[in-house]
Design a protein around this ligand. Structure first.
Ligand code: PMV
Length: 328
C-alpha cells in the first residue's frame, strides 16, 4: 500500500480569490491557469504499521500545519475505510510558501499518492474534487496544459472541479518566467488573506462583477493563441485581485519594492516593443508571461534589475502522474 505521485504547480491567469464555503473550499468565481512544467512536488505515501500519521516535507517534520495537510490525509483515509496509519514524505524543487503555488503541486501530488496507496481508482474529476478540499488551487494541478476550475453551483461541491481547456502541445511556445524577489515566508497565508478580503474589502463586489468577462476573454485568448489578449487580461485581473487585498482592514500588501520595480520595467519594455505581461499571487514574486522568442532578452533585462534574486522559466506542463520512483 505504497504510491508516489508527481504534480506540477500552476500559475493562475484568472485568479481564484474568495471562498463561498470554507470547509469544502468552494470558490465564488471560476479561475484559469497554466500548469507549469518543472515546478514540481513529489510525494510518497505508505499505509502500514506506523504509530501515527506523519508528514515530512523537504526533510522537515510538518509542525505548523496551516493547510491542514494531515486533515487531508485523514479525509482520504476515512473515505477509503483505512485504519492503518500513513507515512508521507514530500519534496518540492522550488521555495515553499513564497507565492509560487507550492500548495497546488503539494496537495495535488498528495491526493493522487494517497488515493493510489489506498487503492481507490479515481478519475481526474474525482481527484480534482478531492484535491480542491486540500487547497483550492490544487484542483487545477490535476490537469495539464491550460485549465479552468469551474466554480460550480451546488452546495456539496460535486460540480466544482477543474477541466482542461487545451493540452500543453496547443501552445508550446507560451512561457512563464518567475522572478524571485524574496525567499522569506509570506506574512499572510492565502487562506487568511482571502477570508479577510471577502469580509472587509469594499471592492470585492467589483471583483466578482468583472471576473466573468475576464474568464471569457481568457478562454478566447487561449483557444486562439492570442498572446496580447491573454497577457492583457491576466495582468489586469491580477491587479484587480491585489486591489481587493490592499483595501481590506487591515490592508494586505504582498508587494515588495522589487515587485513594483519589475512591474514598471515590464511596462517600459512593452512600450519599447518587447511584449510581456506580469501577474502576482499571494506573495511578492512577479511572474512574467511571454513567448519563447523573447525569453532570452527578457531574462537578460530582468537580471540587470537589482531586486531580482533569480528566475525560473516554465512552459506548459503535464497534470499529476504516478511514478515508480518512491522517496522511501
Ligand atoms: O489555493 P490556495 O490557497 O493556494 O490559493 C491560491 C490563491 C492565488 O494563488 C492567489 C490565486 C490562484 O488562483 O492561484
Amino acid at each position: 500500500m505504497k504510491a508516489t505521485a508527481i504534480a506540477n504547480a500552476n500559475i493562475a491567469l484568472i485568479k481564484y480569490w474568495g471562498k463561498r464555503n470554507k470547509e469544502l473550499i468552494l470558490p465564488y468565481n471560476s479561475s484559469i491557469s497554466m500548469t507549469c512544467d518543472g515546478l514540481w512536488t513529489k510525494t510518497t505515501v505508505e499505509f502500514g504499521d506506523y504509530p501515527e500519521d506523519s508528514i515530512v516535507i523537504n526533510d522537515e517534520e510538518l509542525k505548523k500545519d496551516e493547510k491542514d495537510v494531515l486533515g487531508h490525509v485523514q479525509r482520504i483515509k476515512k473515505t477509503a475505510g483505512i485504519t492503518e496509519n500513513a507515512k508521507v514524505v514530500s519534496e518540492s524543487n522550488f521555495p515553499v510558501a513564497a507565492g509560487l503555488a507550492s500548495s497546488a503541486s503539494g496537495l495535488a501530488a498528495l491526493t493522487l499518492a494517497t488515493t493510489a496507496a489506498a487503492k481507490m481508482n479515481m478519475d481526474s474529476k474525482q481527484l480534482s474534487i478531492l484535491a480542491r478540499q486540500g487547497s483550492g488551487s490544487a484542483s487545477r494541478s490535476i490537469e495539464g496544459g491550460f485549465v479552468e476550475w469551474l466554480k460550480g453551483e451546488k452546495e456539496g461541491g460535486e460540480d466544482s472541479y477543474a477541466v482542461q481547456l487545451a493540452p500543453k502541445e496547443h501552445w508550446h511556445d507560451f512561457r512563464m518566467l518567475a522572478c524571485i524577489v524574496s525567499e522569506s515566508k509570506k506574512a499572510t497565508s492565502s487562506r487568511a488573506g482571502m477570508a479577510q478580503t471577502v469580509a472587509t474589502s469594499p471592492y470585492y463586489e467589483g471583483w466578482l462583477g468583472s471576473v466573468d468577462n475576464d474568464l471569457e476573454n481568457m478562454r478566447k485568448g487561449i483557444a486562439e493563441k492570442d498572446f496580447t489578449l491573454v497577457g492583457k487580461t491576466a495582468e489586469a485581473n491580477a491587479l484587480k485581485m491585489h486591489a481587493t487585498m490592499m483595501t481590506t482592514k487591515p490592508a494586505i500588501i504582498y508587494w515588495q519594492p522589487a515587485t513594483v520595480e519589475v512591474m514598471h520595467s515590464i511596462i517600459k519594455w512593452r512600450e519599447e516593443g518587447l511584449e510581456s505581461y506580469f501577474t502576482m499571487d499571494a506573495g511578492p514574486q512577479v511572474k512574467i508571461l511571454c513567448l519563447k522568442k523573447d525569453i532570452d532578452e527578457i531574462i537578460k533585462n530582468i537580471m540587470e534589475l537589482e531586486g531580482v534574486k533569480k528566475t525560473i522559466v516554465c512552459k506548459p506542463g503535464d497534470g499529476v502522474q504516478l511514478t515508480q520512483e518512491h522517496l522511501f
